[in-house]
Design a binder for this molecule. Sequence first.
Ligand code: WT7
Length: 701
Amino acid sequence: MSSPRETPNDPEVSEAQIAVHWKEEPRIDPPAEFVAQANVADVAVRGRFAIGRFPECFREYAELLDWATPWHTTLDTERAPFYRWFVGGTLNAAYNCVDRHLARHASKPAFIWVPEPEGEPSRVLTYRDLYEHVNAFAALLRDRAGVNAGDRVTIHLPMVPELPISMLACARLGAIHSVVFGGFSGDACGVRIADSGSRVLVTMDGSYRNGKWLDHRGTADVAVAAARREGQEVDHRLFWRRHPERPGAVAPPAAGRDLDVNAELRRRRGSLVPPVPMPAEAPLFLMYTSGTTGRPKGCQHSTGGYLAYAVGTSRIYQDLHPEDIYWCLADIGWITGHSYIVYGPLALATTSVLYEGVPTFPDPARTWRIAAKLGVTTLHTSPTTIRLLRKADPDGPRRFDLRFKHLTTVGEPIEPEVWRWYYETVGRKRAVIVDTWWQTETGGVLCSTIPGLDPMKPGSTGPAALGIFPSIVDDEGVEVPAGSGRAGNLCIRNPWPGMFQTIWGDPERFLATYFRKYNRAPHSRDWRDWPYFAGDGATQSADGYFRVLGRVDDVINVAGHRLGTKEIESACLSVPDVAEAAVVPVHDELKGRRPEVYLALKPGSADPGAVVLAVARAIENQIGKIARPRAIRVVPDMPKTRSGKIMRRVLSALSNAQDVGDITTLANPEAVAAIQAMIDVRGRASPARVPDPAGPSDTNQ
Ligand code: WT7
């Protein structure tokens, strides 16, 4: 790990190397009004979660749930690092999120759904409504699609209440859901269907985004075809209707396979399906994320450990109370939405706002209008969205009667300047800011301030979460002294209930990616020998607060979402004229990072302009709009090491207008000057911008 200006001779670029380093910011106490009402404002909680109390400390989270059978062993490390939490216990996630609230909260709204078109009225779903819908849809899954406990069901839906309903219906049956973010292309969905072995796809006819009707039916056709190419048949497609009241056919003629869900449910009204008690370690869901190789990883999360961690951290870090109106702007198709829209908040009987569309549609004030109208107390979003809202209308929040008491940021480092806008203009210094660091793999928050207890520090996530014991380790495995402010790789020394259990179908990749690097004894059953390698660079300052610098692997964090450079490169290489492709992260003032693509063409290739367009299309079709590069450059020659490896680090330095460092050891140092000249001619302010075949991209978090 090194400072951003240094350029070590490592051929692979790391984001931390180009991360922005901020100076230490002064700490700010949480507003007294907030502290007075906080769920946790007593420092004794730290004692309860001290290392000597591990792992039993996590009982406190599990006890927030209703168990069908109590567990006998809190943590089983027999097959470390494939840990088992709350062994012997059984429970049902849907029961915990819905049924158990009926006694006291039947008529309390679980969701207030706000459609994107402003003329369309909001829809309120009470806990009783949710109970009825989940039961009816579970009956449909079971009786018409043959779904049983342990089966995988892929869900590709926009931000509509039907998404949590579909997830909870799977959970009710003990089936494993795999939600694919609605913005992923049909091809990307198909690859995930095949990897998970899903025979059932739940989708919708369409939805609204940025004022446009998006056709999901066509996407579902592409997904099924892509899955088939990978050897997986989809036996049933279940189509929800975005406008159930409107007539017209939703299911295409392949009637045996396609079901019109709303029509079926009208016939099934009142169906009840008993919740299936599942072992704590039964998988609850898969969530695909990007890694170092092209193939996405299906992170497998457990029922008991995951749910316990989601509910415990929702209570402590989101500080949810029964009377709060909570709005998390993340898409449910990402882990943030799973843990902090669906499972954690519902297990606490929270009222959540669910919004279909883009935060700035039809104008930048939309977010503030919704928040003011619904009396949102607790807002949860990403730095990218905050930057976007700030840029679009810096004084917007002042024009509305906003009553926030708690504001979360997640997904990327937040610049202190942006943090201050969130705190001063959005929160009016009356709301606490909570910067939470975690990952798809971790299931819940791992670093954060406890909002009622700890001072805030702009640009730093905060200390380790309760029961989490991180360390910062150098590449040789030597721990950087705690609190020294020196950068290294962020690791977690201990297991925790929310951590993923494995990568679906690929336990070897689970071991290799996260544990082998720092493992002390390959057959050890002692968790102390298995530090978790998070893939992020970080520093820890003397007060114990962590500052996350960014990825140290081939992952680009775009608008708080992970994209693998290899995934994008393999999309580029699917275009026949492309000989070589290299993707590097480039700093972007709104999205944090965006990919930039360098291409070398095969000899005698056609018009480079046509290839650029074909590559842009390939990326959009194979991954989705979120992966759209900021620029695609056709270069005469890629800079390479003498062993023939493309020097992505050098390309990244060029893209980011940084010093390329020592290039004398390259096989072809002249290639660097040629690319530099190309960039200078085009001008860095307006790089070879990628034509947009489908309108502006959006942030989705
Ligand atoms: C990566 C994980 C956590 C849910 C959303 C993203 C980056 C996450 C922070 C933060 C700085 C952050 C890391 C991490 N990240 N939170 N508060 N400060 N960086 O989940 O898609 O799995 O991405 O997001 O680089 O590794 P994800």
